[in-house]
Design a protein around this ligand. Sequence first.
Ligand code: AP5
Length: 207
Amino acid sequence: MRIVLLGPPASGKGTQAKRLIGKLGVPQVSTGDMLRAAKKAGTELGKKAAEFMSAGALVPDEVVIGLVEERLKLDDAKKGFILDGFPRTVPQAEALDAMLERLASPITHVVQIDVARDLLVERAVLRRTDKRTGQIYHLKYNPPPSDAELEHRADDQEDKVLKRLADYEAITSALLPYYEKRGLIRKVDGVGTPDEVTVRIGDALEG
Ligand code: AP5
C-alpha cells in the first residue's frame, strides 16, 4: 500500500501513522519529522527549513520534494509507505506523481482525517513530544509518563497554529479535489479515541 495521510495540523496524522506502520509493515515518511531532524542536526537544509517552520509557514516545495525523493528511493519504501504531511501543495502532489510514475508504483489510497477546527487548536497547543522516543502525547487526552523528556514544538504556540490552519485551508485543501478526481480519497472521522480512529482508517483502507 502507498498511502497519503491528509489532514489539517494536529488532526492525528503522526499518531495514526505510527500505529499503522506496525499493522501494514511499511515505513512512515513524515516530512515534518525529517525537517525537524535536519534542523536538530544543524544541516544546511535544516537551517533553511528552520526559518519557515518556526514561523508556522510552509517550507519551499523544492526543498521538501528533494527530501521525499531521496527517502522513497530507500529499500524499505519499495514495499509501500505512509506519507504523513506530504504532499501539501499541488506542485508537491504533481512531483510525487512524477516520481512514482518512474517507479511504476502510484499512490493507492489517500486518507483524509477530518477534525473540527476548535479541537485542532487544543490538540496542537497541548501536544508534547518525548525527545528520546519521539512518542506523541497530549496533556489532556494522552498524558505523558512522569519520566518523559517533554518538548513543546515552537510552531505549537497558538498564533503559529492559526497560521498553519489558514495555510491548510488556503493551500493544502486544494489536494482534496486533486485526489477526488482519481477516486483515491477515503474520508475518516478523526474525532474519538485514537483506537477508534485507527479502526476507521483500517476499514477505509479495506473498503
Ligand atoms: P508537520 O509536522 O507535518 O505538522 P502538521 O501537518 O501541522 O501536523 P502535526 O504534526 O501538527 O499534527 P498531526 O496531524 O501529525 O497530529 P498528531 O498525531 O501529532 O509539519 C511541521 C512543519 O514542517 C510545517 O508547518 C512546515 O513548516 C514544515 N513542513 C512539513 N511538511 C511540509 C511539506 N510537505 N511542505 C512544506 N512544509 C512542510 O496529534 C496532535 C495532538 O493531538 C497530539 O498531542 C496527540 O496526542 C493528540 N491526538 C491525536 N489523536 C487524537 C485523538 N483521536 N483524540 C485526542 N487527541 C488526539
